[in-house]
Design a protein around this ligand. Sequence first.
Ligand SMILES: Nc1ncnc2c1ncn2[C@@H]1O[C@H](COP(=O)(O)OP(=O)(O)OP(=O)(O)O)[C@@H](O)[C@H]1O
Length: 243
Amino acid sequence: MSDNVIVVEHVSKEFVLHHNAQDSLKKRVVGLVHKRWRPKPHIFQALHDVSLTVKRGEALGLMGHNGSGKSTLLTLIAGIIPPTSGRIITHGRLVPMIALGVGFSPDLTGEENIYLNASLFGLKNRETRSLLPKILEFSELGDFIYEPVKNYSSGMYARLGFSVAVHLDPEILLADEILSVGDADFQQKCLARIEELRKGGMTLLFVSHQQNQVAQFCNRYMRMEKGHVVASGNVSDLYRQVT
Ligand SMILES: Nc1ncnc2c1ncn2[C@@H]1O[C@H](COP(=O)(O)OP(=O)(O)OP(=O)(O)O)[C@@H](O)[C@H]1O
């Protein structure tokens, strides 16, 4: 079997936008009054012919300005949305840490959501029960774990999402901007946990705006600009370019 656990081949992604900057305000107002105007859908290409491979145990840092397509690429690799063209293949248990806690059910408690979330990754209740003390301890949510998550702050949501994700024994972890999780101490704990998982052989795709983090956690990097891959290589090259 090939050692490549993520293969992205010539992937492009288009989104349909329901506004068109070319339509003048006058045209829109007149059109709305006469109920004739319908905005013409506008196609926006978020990714252009992106290809990459990641081998088992590698860590690839995805860098680039806001809107360059990093999250879109992760969402495609996670299989949450399909590419418009091209092909994506992954091998192994893939855990996406994208918009942490988004899959939670608001009326269920934190604890119930742990069971729900883990079941989506194929864990049996008995397996989740044995992981529960570790997840609870990691989340530092204390008795809030028995509260419906609709009463959580966004940081608490993210803590719970992160705690579940890193205890699911991921073979491939897709981490998008994990530094938005909780306060500085919790962030350090998250990074330490990711490092620990890496040492155990986990493959990592890591989106970050911080070059020092990419250097710390990744052996390779890829830089994106306006949906194109504009640079890639070993992290040591990255430092050579900057200094
Ligand atoms: N569902 C969507 N519908 C329309 N446009 C979208 C959608 N998702 C992303 N985009 C657009 O695709 C482009 C790339 O967005 P993406 O979130 O992938 O960028 P990013 O590099 O992750 O940015 P950031 O660093 O700000 O998180 C942006 O212009 C964004 O507005």
